[in-house]
Each structure stands twice: as C-alpha cells, then as structure tokens.
Design a protein around this ligand. Structure first.
Ligand SMILES: Nc1ncnc2c1ncn2[C@@H]1O[C@H](COP(=O)(O)OP(=O)(O)OP(=O)(O)O)[C@@H](O)[C@H]1O
Ligand SMILES: [Mg+2]
Length: 264
C-alpha cells in the first residue's frame, strides 16, 4: 500500500525541534519505557506544521539508564555501548513509525553513523544529507546516541549537543526544545521568561540536573548548550513543556512559549 505524505512549505526557513526524552519516556524507569499516548499526541501536533523540520529526540530512559549503568559518560564499555545504542535505536524506530502514522515523512538518522567526538564534544558531524533531505520534503529524525570519541574511546552524544550543532550548520530560523517542565523555572517554580549570556550567571543557581536519570546535565546541560548557540550564532531557542497539549503545535506554528534563550 502506498502512503500519502504531507507536502512541505519550504519557504519559511528551517525549524529544529527537540522532543525531550522526559516528554516521551518515563525517566524514572529502570529500563526503556515509552509514554505512548503522549507520543501520539505530540506527533499529531507536529503534523500541523508544514515547514522544513529537523527533529532531534532525547534518549530518555532508553539511553540514560544504560549509559549510567555502564559508565558510558566516562568512557568506552563494549557491551554497554552496544546495549545503549540498540536501545536508543528502538526508541528512534518507535518515534519514526509514530510520525509516519501521521503522514510525516520521517527518516531515522543515527548520529553514531556520521559523527566523531573528541573528549565528549562533536569534532565532526556530516550534515549535507540532512540539508538534501529537507530540500526533498523529508523530515530527518536524529536522537541522543553513543558516539566514537578520539580521546575517551566513546562518549554520549546528547540530543542537546547535536541539536545546536545541526541548527548552526543549517542556519536554522527557529529552535524549540520540548521537555517536561514549563520552561526553565526559578526557585518558586515560575517560568524564567528569558535567559541571555548577561543574565545566565544570576539565574544559574535555580537550574539543576534532571529529576530522573540523565547523564548529560539535565536542564543545566541543555541551557548551557543553547546559550552557547545563541552567543555564537544569534540563533534563539525556546524551552517549553511538550507535555502541555497544544504547545508543540503552537511553537512550530510561530508562537514564543516557555523560556526564550537569546543573545540579548
Ligand atoms: N530550573 C529548572 N527548571 C526546569 N527543570 C529543571 C530545572 N532544574 C532541573 N530541572 C530538571 O530538568 C529536567 C529536564 O531535563 P532532562 O534532561 O531530564 O529532560 P529532557 O531533555 O527532556 O530529557 P532527555 O535528556 O532524555 O532528552 C526537568 O524535568 C527537571 O526535572
Ligand atoms: Mg537531558
């Protein structure tokens, strides 16, 4: 049976969306556990968007749990490396299938296959295929992954690191990170509307790791990565709650929600 896919509106520039592992998996689970209903709702919201779109999803309990168990954030462990990669691929497969069910022409892309890190940071990542896919109306779907590393043997390449790399390489217009919190919250649980390099030092004290298992720094890791993107390229991001119905569609279709991270 042939499937009909949505036509993309290619004129408005590239949008990069992170679907946080905390939004679509249970990060307190001891092994990979998907929030399937949340996934389906989020995919339906993504289907309302017709621009050029790159999706990066987090590893959630499909990655962080095994990465922690085998110490993969510190270096290479053959069995742990294989188990973790297989597990995040499983999640990626589930997400790509779910997107296809909403007529989104999603293409699975494993960062391990086209990236090399040096001491935990991306040294090179091939992105020309992503650009060509977008030109042909496809929706590439990357994910948090393990990666070969010239210093450590291997490392964890978080979605929070690949997302700004891809956004900068493709000169993305909009970058959104959907997670399980309403944005970056202060000590009273209120959303901090904007973070810039100038205000980061004063708000940093409110930002921590993750309530669940997360080997790449949770919220503080995320904010640091996209603040660096804003500083270096001027590309702004929004961190918002992907578990609030309507937010993913609203963000994709132009609204600013949650916490805005910008150069000034
Ligand atoms: N100031 C803060 N504001 C909001 N969340 C915070 C803050 N400090 C710590 N957190 C924690 O950070 C979590 C978000 O980071 P986390 O890495 O778990 O999410 P994610 O990026 O969606 O998941 P993944 O890394 O699997 O993709 C929140 O759910 C919360 O537990
Ligand atoms: Mg995280």
């Amino acid at each position: 049976m042939t499937q009909t896919f949505k036509k993309s509106n290619a004129d408005a520039g590239i949008t990069v969306l992170k679907i946080g592992g905390s939004a679509v998996t249970d990060k307190n689970a001891k092994a990979g556990l998907a929030k399937e209903e949340e996934m389906r709702r989020i995919f339906k919201e993504i289907a309302t968007f017709s621009g050029k779109l790159v999706i990066v999803h987090g590893a959630g309990s499909y990655g962080h749990t095994y990465a922690k168990e085998y110490g993969l954030d510190k270096g290479f462990h053959k069995e742990g490396f294989l188990i973790t990669h297989d597990s995040v691929r499983l999640l990626n497969d589930m997400i790509v299938k779910g997107l296809r069910a909403e007529s989104i022409p999603a293409v699975p892309l494993q960062p391990l296959a086209f990236s090399v890190c040096a001491d935990g940071r991306i040294q090179s990542m091939f992105v020309e295929q992503i650009e060509l896919m977008l030109d042909h109306g496809l929706v590439p779907v990357l994910h948090g992954d393990v990666c070969m590393d010239t210093v450590r043997g291997s490392c964890i390449l978080s979605g929070d690191q690949s997302l700004p790399y891809v956004a900068a390489a493709l000169s993305a217009k909009r970058v959104g990170l959907g997670s399980a919190a309403d944005g970056v919250l202060d000590s009273n649980g209120q959303v901090i509307p904007q973070i810039t390099p100038q205000t980061f030092e004063s708000v940093k004290k409110h930002i921590g790791g993750s309530a669940g298992t997360d080997v790449t720094g949770g919220m503080l890791g995320k904010v640091s990565e996209i603040l660096e993107l804003a500083e270096r390229t001027g590309i702004e991001s929004c961190i918002f709650n992907a578990n609030t119905p309507g937010n993913v569609a609203d963000y994709l279709n132009g609204k600013t929600i949650g916490t805005r991270i910008s150069r000034n």
